[in-house]
Ligand binder design. Structure first.
Ligand SMILES: CC(C)(COP(=O)(O)OP(=O)(O)OC[C@H]1O[C@@H](n2cnc3c(N)ncnc32)[C@H](O)[C@@H]1OP(=O)(O)O)[C@@H](O)C(=O)NCCC(=O)NCCS
Length: 150
């Protein structure tokens, strides 16, 4: 595991996250406004960053819906991938889902994103559905779900 700390995603991290967002999600990057909106909904959102030597190297967010938790985003900078940070960020979100009393956690992932699918499968998620042509370019979304410990 790379040395990094998982901390609350604060407003001052947004500017540093934007270049990563554009690099990792070039087809549909979130804007600063979108991140601000997410961070502002403090009662239903839980966002964290992975910090290494003071720099943001990853980020992730969870939405606490009435009947389920939902992974809103999950990202690790290219230079830091494959070292367990994605797993650490996901573990943090799942702990929060448990803390909030959720019984299940869902997410959507591109059908062609095998790295992310493996991360989710390793962590107990199973494919439960497909949204046809959900992403730009007509790429399908897999809906994945896992029971959240309560
Ligand atoms: C998906 C994503 C978040 C995963 O982050 P990550 O930090 O690379 O994830 P991990 O390091 O925990 O796991 C990835 C791989 O590294 C391996 N790994 C983890 N720790 C490791 C270590 N210490 N040494 C060697 N390999 C390791 C894992 O086994 C896994 O391998 P696998 O894919 O062959 O099974 C990252 O690839 C990413 O940001 N991708 C672009 C954005 C994206 O697709 N986000 C998901 C949207 S749904």
């Amino acid at each position: 595991m790379v040395t990094a700390s998982i901390e609350r995603f604060r407003w001052w991290h947004v500017e540093e996250v934007l270049p990563l967002e554009r690099q990792l999600f070039p087809a549909e990057p979130w804007t600063a406004h979108h991140f601000w909106s997410e961070l502002g909904q403090t009662s239903t959102r839980h966002y964290v960053v992975a910090l290494s030597e003071g720099s943001v190297v990853g980020y992730a967010g969870l939405c606490d819906y009435p009947d389920e938790a939902f992974v809103q985003t999950m990202a690790v900078g290219p230079a830091q991938q494959g070292r367990g940070l994605g797993a650490a960020l996901l573990a943090n979100l799942l702990e929060e889902a448990v803390r909030r009393g959720q019984t299940r956690t869902l997410l959507e992932v591109r059908a062609d994103n095998e790295v992310a699918q493996r991360l989710y499968t390793r962590n107990g998620f199973r494919k439960t559905g497909v949204r046809r042509g959900y992403y730009p370019g007509g790429v399908d979304a897999w809906v994945m779900e896992r029971a959240t410990r309560v």
